[in-house]
Design a protein around this ligand. Structure first.
Ligand code: XIL
Length: 390
């Protein structure tokens, strides 16, 4: 039976969108095309008190390439997402060509798209506190000497956060600080800001400024410490940071757990090992015990080291995702789930860690013809079986 919804009620329900159209063009997939997917991921999540959405990149201004210019990709976002997050467009290296200029155009295009489709917007990130991700001019910025250096650094950081937050008053959830813990030893990374202001002070200034600028927004510390073996020092460092925030009264509402799940090769030097469920639960228990909410902020599943066969790869990534999401959604503190991209060909992981056999990775919920994959069903099933939260 073909399911067709009248246009006015289409949002929140999938079955007549581009995924079905694309599938019907592929021989052998007519059946899948006819079968409605049912409620969108946003609707399934919402029924449990969770917000679901995705990152999206907007490319260069005026560019006709990139995910955001692809109508098929846009349709997947419209069909599935309750919230969007600019993938790179709010980072200093895109927004800040120099100390005076704010280049909002690219993020504005995503904001306008979200508004036109009644999709919420979340912010990533006000301070990716890692010199590697600072614009070059910032890494060599001269704040002067002595106490003046601290004041000047603080003025630049506060001005940035004030202006960016004020430009997007609709953003109700902010990754204020991103990835400041060094996974090697759990220490706080040094930057020009922390050299001038102090490490804790820099992070505290960021959160206090964000709170004052957006009193109602959820303020998040976001990082990639994962459940795989090899993340022990990273997790310990994040817990120490979270404890410090609480002791000092720093306004942080939630821990963003990036959740770039990986099927890593334990034999490779420096690689991560298998999931450590018990240690992971202990980590999450500690964070929630301190009163933090949780967000899954950058979900994808790296199939880098899985055998080439598509069906087996898809089954394995889906099973891993279901186990992980079940665990996380069991915590009523988990309030948002963000995919880091919705269609394989646009995933950052294609370029970041290519497969040795050069096959395209299958790391997101939809394939390159905008057909939902078993990973999409795993996410849907996790929402269906999740307990309801307020
Ligand atoms: C990544 C983007 O996806 C890439 O396009 C970009 O080149 C680098 O950053 N952790 C984060 C995200 O917090 O901002 C990163 O996004 C992925 C890892």
């Amino acid at each position: 039976m073909t399911f067709r919804l009248p246009p006015f009620s289409r949002r929140g329900f999938i079955g007549s969108g581009v995924a079905a159209a694309a599938a019907s063009a592929v021989p052998g997939l007519a059946l899948a095309a006819e079968r409605p997917l049912g409620p969108s991921l946003a609707a399934l999540a919402r029924a449990k008190g969770v917000r679901f959405g995705s990152a999206v990149g907007a490319g260069e201004p005026g560019s006709l390439t990139g995910a955001f210019e692809d109508s098929g990709y846009r349709q997947v976002l419209i069909d599935e997402c309750g919230v969007l997050v600019p993938e790179n467009e709010l980072k200093w290296y895109v927004l800040r060509p120099d100390a005076r200029t704010f280049a909002f155009e690219r993020a504005d295009r995503i904001a306008a798209f979200a508004k036109a489709h009644d999709i919420a917007l979340r912010g990533h990130t006000l301070l990716w506190h890692h010199p590697k991700w600072f614009p070059a001019w910032l890494n060599t910025y001269d704040f002067g000497q002595g106490p003046a250096a601290g004041r000047n650094a603080q003025a630049l950081l506060v001005d940035h956060i004030d202006k960016v937050v004020a430009h997007y008053p609709q953003i109700d959830s902010w990754d204020v600080v991103n990835e400041t813990i060094d996974p090697k030893d759990g220490s706080i990374r040094r930057t020009v800001f922390s050299d001038a202001m102090g490490q804790e002070q820099t992070l505290d200034v960021a959160f206090h400024t964000a709170r004052a600028a957006a009193p109602k927004a959820r303020l998040v510390y976001n990082d990639y410490m994962g459940w795989e073996a090899g993340n022990e020092a990273h997790r310990a460092g994040v817990l120490k940071l979270l404890e410090g925030f609480r002791k000092r009264g720093t306004p942080v509402d939630a821990l963003g757990v990036q959740s770039h799940l990986g099927t890593e090769d334990p034999a490779a030097p420096g690689s991560l090992g298998p999931p450590q469920e018990k240690a992971w639960r202990a980590f999450i228990d500690e964070a929630t015990g301190m009163g933090y909410d949780l967000l899954i902020t950058e979900f994808d599943v790296n199939d880098q080291n899985l055998p080439p066969g598509v069906a087996a790869r898809d089954a394995e990534t889906a099973a891993l995702a279901k186990a992980y999401l079940d665990l996380m959604l069991d915590y009523h503190q988990t309030k948002e789930v963000l995919a880091w991209g919705m269609v394989d060909k646009y995933s950052w992981l294609q370029g970041f860690t290519p497969r040795k056999d050069h096959l395209a990775k299958r790391v997101t919920l939809y394939d390159d013809a905008y057909r939902p994959k078993p990973l999409r069903e795993a996410v849907a099933a996790a929402f269906r079986s999740a307990p309801t939260r307020a």
